[in-house]
Design a protein around this ligand. Structure first.
Ligand SMILES: [Zn+2]
Length: 87
């Protein structure tokens, strides 16, 4: 669905078009799907018609953050020392 081109030029997935002025020329640079029920985030690192989605588990991220910051269990929120990875 997010790779849709059917309603171009106003489609969800956009690409640079030759001859269109730069200020009116748009391109999808990433696509992100949050599924709050499943606790997942799917990320495509470019136009979704060209790049595969990588799934992150929010529960896995929270477990890593909690392990890196024991004070989380006491209600204090800190940033993790390491960024998210694509697993
Ligand atoms: Zn596309």
């Amino acid at each position: 669905m997010l790779a849709d081109h059917e309603t171009s030029p106003g489609s969800i997935c956009l690409h640079i078009e030759a001859g269109v002025p730069l200020v009116k020329n748009y391109e999808s640079i990433a696509s992100i799907i949050f599924d709050l029920t499943a606790g997942t985030v799917d990320i495509a690192e470019g136009p979704p018609c060209e790049y595969p989605y990588h799934r992150l588990s929010l529960n896995d991220c929270l477990r890593r953050w909690a392990a890196a910051s024991p004070s989380l269990s006491q209600g204090e929120v800190r940033r993790p020392e390491r960024g998210l990875s694509h697993n």
